[in-house]
Design a protein around this ligand. Structure first.
Ligand code: GLP
Length: 242
């Protein structure tokens, strides 16, 4: 794994955005695997700025998102579809028909999981997968446990994940109990992975994920098995590596 510790969050956001923009310059029809959470917001802001300055175009690109809450309609303000529209898609030139976020409100969630995998097969493989990391080591919504699922599937969210994400909902009871997520097998099929993390509260789990054993109890540790992973950390998250 290639680990870089940046001086500031701004540097980190700019570095990640530059890697994504460079890919699109060399491969305009690239498929991007996108993430939600607070971590990628600054990266998306940078990409939107680069688009406005004419430095990058998404007109031929495809995107596929990692995950979505079960039971939220795409229009729900806390759905990951709304998040992506608000923080990225409405600011750039990607055709919305080229973007895919799982539909957590689908009547047949099993069919929705199959459709998500199929969309990746149709326009993929994912050229670059952007990841954050949960406080318990989850990637996407692949929660720690005795086993992990390879393909896109429905997952029960851990209480720790629900409470971490309650800040977006205002009230823990409003946080969905399940999500649709790409599996770790799907994530690891991406040609390149960029994991981004900042803040001291991510330092311990990053230490486990990057230097501990590869284990289903820390899903991000499986990234150690991928041949092309870039880890971008700020000083607070990655200072322990020095
Ligand atoms: C959610 C998302 C993950 C994300 C994680 C961390 O659970 N499903 O993809 O990595 O939150 O979020 P944050 O960046 O807000 O710390």
């Amino acid at each position: 794994m290639n680990v870089r510790i940046l001086n500031s969050r701004e540097d980190l956001n700019a570095t990640a955005a530059t890697v994504i923009a460079s890919l699109l310059l060399s491969k305009p029809q690239a498929m991007l695997g996108l993430a939600t959470g607070s971590t990628p917001i600054g990266i998306y802001r940078h990409l939107a700025d680069m688009y406005r300055r004419g430095q990058v175009s998404f007109a031929r690109a495809y995107s596929v998102n990692l995950d979505e809450y079960v039971g939220l309609s795409p229009e729900h303000p806390q759905s990951y579809r709304s998040f992506m529209n608000e923080h990225l898609f409405q600011h750039i030139d990607i055709p919305i028909s080229h973007t895919r976020v799982p539909d957590g409100n689908a009547l047949d969630l099993t069919a929705e999981c199959v459709a998500h995998e199929q969309a990746i097969l149709d326009h993929g493989p994912v050229d670059l997968q952007l990841l954050g990391i949960g406080h318990n080591g989850h990637i996407g919504f692949n929660e720690p446990g005795h086993s992990l699922t390879g393909a896109t599937h429905v997952v029960d969210l851990k209480e720790r994940t629900r409470s971490a994400n309650a800040r977006f909902f205002g009230d823990i009871d409003a946080v969905p109990r399940q999500a649709v997520t790409m599996g770790v097998g799907t994530i690891l099929k991406a040609k390149q992975i960029i994991l981004v993390a900042f803040g001291a509260e991510k330092a311990d789990i990053l230490k486990q994920a990057l230097t501990g054993p590869v284990t289903t109890e820390c899903p991000a540790s499986l990234l150690q098995c991928h041949p092309n992973v870039l880890i971008l950390l700020d000083q607070e998250a990655g200072g322990w590596l020095k």
